[in-house]
Design a protein. Structure first.
Length: 144
């Protein structure tokens, strides 16, 4: 797999302090630059910028995927298999409310993956996943 360039993502939030606590204490991210109305995080080597803009936060909408109601609007990270399991162990030692508890999706199929979803204090959905075979990250299961 080629070396990836860091992505930049901006998300709306209700307030800086609950967001700072969630991303640093719960997820283990470090803080980058910040101002009165925004804060940047090192999200697993990527830049997530959280801007205070509660009026643009929306209700969580979902779609069915492999028997779960998956948030349509979400972001996250694909971790190595062992790192994903270690991260779950770390979160399980905290008080974390999973939107979708850690599970294996598409077991025994192309694209088998470990996944879970959590929600930040502003209602932004995050997915943490890992592919049993990372080379299947972009494998299509549909006939073309």
């Amino acid at each position: 797999m080629n070396t990836l360039s860091p992505f930049h993502l901006t998300i709306p939030i209700d307030d800086i302090e609950s967001t700072r606590k969630f991303y640093t204490e719960t997820l283990g991210c470090s803080v980058g630059r910040e101002a009165n109305s925004w804060i940047d995080f090192n999200f697993f080597g990527h830049q997530v910028s959280a801007h205070v803009k509660p009026e643009v936060l929306t209700e969580l909408k979902t779609n069915p995927v492999d028997g779960e109601s998956v948030p349509v609007r979400h972001f996250g990270i694909v971790l190595e298999w062992a790192a994903w399991h270690q991260f779950v162990e770390r979160l399980n030692k905290q008080t974390v409310d999973y939107l979708i508890k850690p599970t294996i999706r598409f077991a025994g199929e192309v694209g088998e993956q470990a996944t879970f979803f959590i929600i930040d204090p502003s209602g932004n959905a995050l997915e943490f996943k890992s592919f049993k075979d990372r080379n299947q990250l972009f494998i299509s299961t549909h006939n073309q």
